[in-house]
Design a protein around this ligand. Structure first.
Ligand code: FES
Ligand code: FES
Length: 161
């Protein structure tokens, strides 16, 4: 009995996710994506490729877009994370979410949480033109090919801000 001690292969990690603090003891190899999905039951971020190629796992880490399958959770101890679940918490839908609905910017929806988080994080880049938006969103793959409507939704919000 008594205080448990982390093994050499584990790390105590604190993440502030969608405004809530979570303390976890994680295997050092745990990705941020797996910490969110398997330890915090936040399954909005999707595991598509698990190797940084599809963007389905995109979340905001301290306000910037990251593919969470390539981030070790222990390397971002103390950080703030926003997932798609946190974009509308208590405030109604985020304007990007509203625009995705208005433009019918999804088919199966698997890529959508990543697309939306990526679009929300677009403030880090120049977004004044449709071409710039397509380039900035190019890391988010859509197997259904909903790109035209996705780009239109993102452009509507970006050009209005
Ligand atoms: S699951 Fe992370 S980029 Fe594909
Ligand atoms: S809506 Fe199906 S993968 Fe994008």
């Amino acid at each position: 009995m008594g205080t448990t001690t982390a093994k050499a292969t584990e790390t105590d990690v604190t993440l502030h996710v969608n405004g809530h603090e979570h303390q976890m003891r994680l295997d050092n190899r745990t990705t941020l994506l797996d910490a969110l999905r398997e330890h915090l039951a936040l399954t909005g971020a999707k595991k598509g490729c698990d190797q940084g190629q599809c963007g389905a796992c995109t979340v905001l880490l301290d306000g910037r877009r990251v593919v969470s399958c390539l981030v070790l959770a222990c390397s971002v101890d103390g950080s703030s994370v926003t997932t798609v679940e946190g974009l509308s918490a208590g405030r109604g839908l985020h304007p990007i979410q509203e625009a995705f609905i208005a433009h019918d910017a999804l088919q199966c929806g698997f890529c959508t949480p990543g697309q939306i988080c990526s679009a929300v994080g677009l403030t880090e880049v120049e977004t004044e033109s449709p071409a710039a938006i397509r380039e900035a969103m190019s890391g988010n793959i859509c197997r259904c090919g909903a790109y035209t409507h996705i780009a239109a939704a993102v452009y509507e919000v970006a050009s209005a801000s």
